[in-house]
Design a protein around this ligand. Structure first.
Ligand code: GLC
Length: 397
């Protein structure tokens, strides 16, 4: 444990950047040299195990670039270098103009639990409140209790096959083809002046299962935070929203025991299996029977998710499965962390242990990589990638 912790703190020290009073960690110095939203939430959770002050700074940096609307952008280009990054014209100079899975309240609460620093909570709370209110209102204009995303990148799973049909792409495709379609949506977003729920929803509007599971669970953390600093009314409101989202997930996404992402105003189900079917466990949105069924029928299924190295992001027998293409098959330590947490929540301790063991085995075999081949354990994508640090959090449970 100690040597793994040492390796992780070394990696985090190498990937640390400062900008004036702000501090953050880059997910990978070569491939991702900026600050990313859900990455930084993972970073804060990891840092909370060995550098609490660093963890707090990581989250406060995110909030500092919040938009007027309340949205927190998914990339911050602290040095204004966005021109260098794949030439994406987001319509703003120093940040992107889309968001990412809203993990920030959960991360803030995890950090707070370590040293009960109420000053930190008070400082970050107004920004958090504004962000989640934005998601609850602007991303759900009809008040149906599910938040919409306007680009696959907002799911954090850029080229996941969940979005293929909407992008008009076949199961076998190149990363470049997929990227091009997503860039089109960036153009549309500029045209919409970044207005999601009234304008962008005409071009891409998905109620994604992981995004909403994460939102529900984070609102629960936000309620904990609000209560801790004496904002009882807010706490009641956010808890009520957690319940409403979980109920809406059950009403609009669930079919034969599986939660599917939906698209469009009439909630058409996207019946493509990915690791996302396990995300509702993270939020406690499934019944114990449904959880049991998901684990038995899918997680432990050797044709689907029970790979030599768990958990592939797409089932091995899926039409789009490719063990080395980003979100179309490889194992990611971040998704493993969500699944691990969900399994523990429902008492599947042996299965959770298997995921932790596999995650450690991947780090040992191939180092800190962006993702890993579930069949061979070989690493692919960016090097010096930070998410592997989440094993520390899994081991601490
Ligand atoms: C890739 C991932 C995304 C992550 C980013 C930075 O784009 O798909 O989830 O936030 O890299 O690590």
């Amino acid at each position: 444990m100690d040597s793994l912790k040492d390796e992780i703190s070394k990696l985090f020290f190498e990937n640390r950047r400062t900008h004036g009073n702000f501090q953050y960690t880059v997910p990978s110095p070569t491939n991702y040299p900026f600050q990313w939203l859900w990455d930084s939430c993972f970073h804060a959770i990891i840092l909370s195990h060995f550098d609490l002050e660093g963890a707090k700074k990581e989250l406060l940096s995110l909030v500092s670039k919040q938009f007027e609307s309340g949205m927190i952008p998914h990339i911050i280009y602290w040095e204004g270098e966005n021109d260098l990054f794949r030439h994406i014209n987001w319509g703003k100079k120093d940040t992107s103009t889309i968001t990412q899975p809203p993990m920030i309240a959960f991360a803030a609460w995890e950090v707070y639990l370590k040293d009960k620093d109420k000053e930190f909570l008070r400082k970050i709370y107004p920004g958090l409140k504004k962000y989640y209110e934005y998601l609850l209102k602007d991303r759900d204009p009809r008040n149906h209790h599910l938040a919409g995303i306007t680009n696959p990148d907002e799911s954090g799973e850029d080229n996941s096959p969940r979005f293929d049909a909407l992008l008009n792409l076949p199961p076998k495709q190149t990363e470049e083809e997929n990227f091009e379609r997503r860039l089109n949506l960036v153009d549309k977003n500029r045209g919409c002046d970044f207005e999601a729920g009234l304008c962008m929803k005409n071009f891409f509007w998905v109620k994604d299962v992981p995004f909403n599971s994460i939102l529900a669970e984070n609102l629960r953390s936000l309620a904990d935070i609000a209560l801790e600093i004496g904002e009882e009314k807010d706490a009641d409101y956010f808890l009520e929203q957690t319940r409403a989202i979980k109920l809406a997930m059950r009403t609009l996404m669930l079919e034969d025991g599986i939660f599917y992402s939906t698209w469009g105003e009439d909630y058409k189900k996207i019946k493509v299996l990915t690791w996302a079917i396990f995300a509702p466990l993270f939020a406690g949105a499934a019944t114990p029977d449904e959880a049991q069924n998901l684990v038995k029928k899918h997680l432990l299924n050797q044709g689907e998710f029970m790979a030599r190295f768990c958990v592939p992001t797409v089932p091995m027998d899926g039409a789009s499965f490719n063990p080395i293409n980003l979100w179309r098959g490889p194992v990611w330590t971040g998704t493993n962390w969500f699944i691990y947490k969900g399994l523990r929540r429902y008492g599947f301790d042996d299965e959770a242990q298997k995921i932790l063991n596999d995650t450690k085995a991947l780090l040992e075999k191939s180092g800190f990589r962006e993702h890993y081949n579930p069949l061979t354990g070989e690493g692919s994508g960016a090097k010096g990638f930070t998410w592997g640090g989440l094993v520390l959090d899994m081991m601490a449970e």
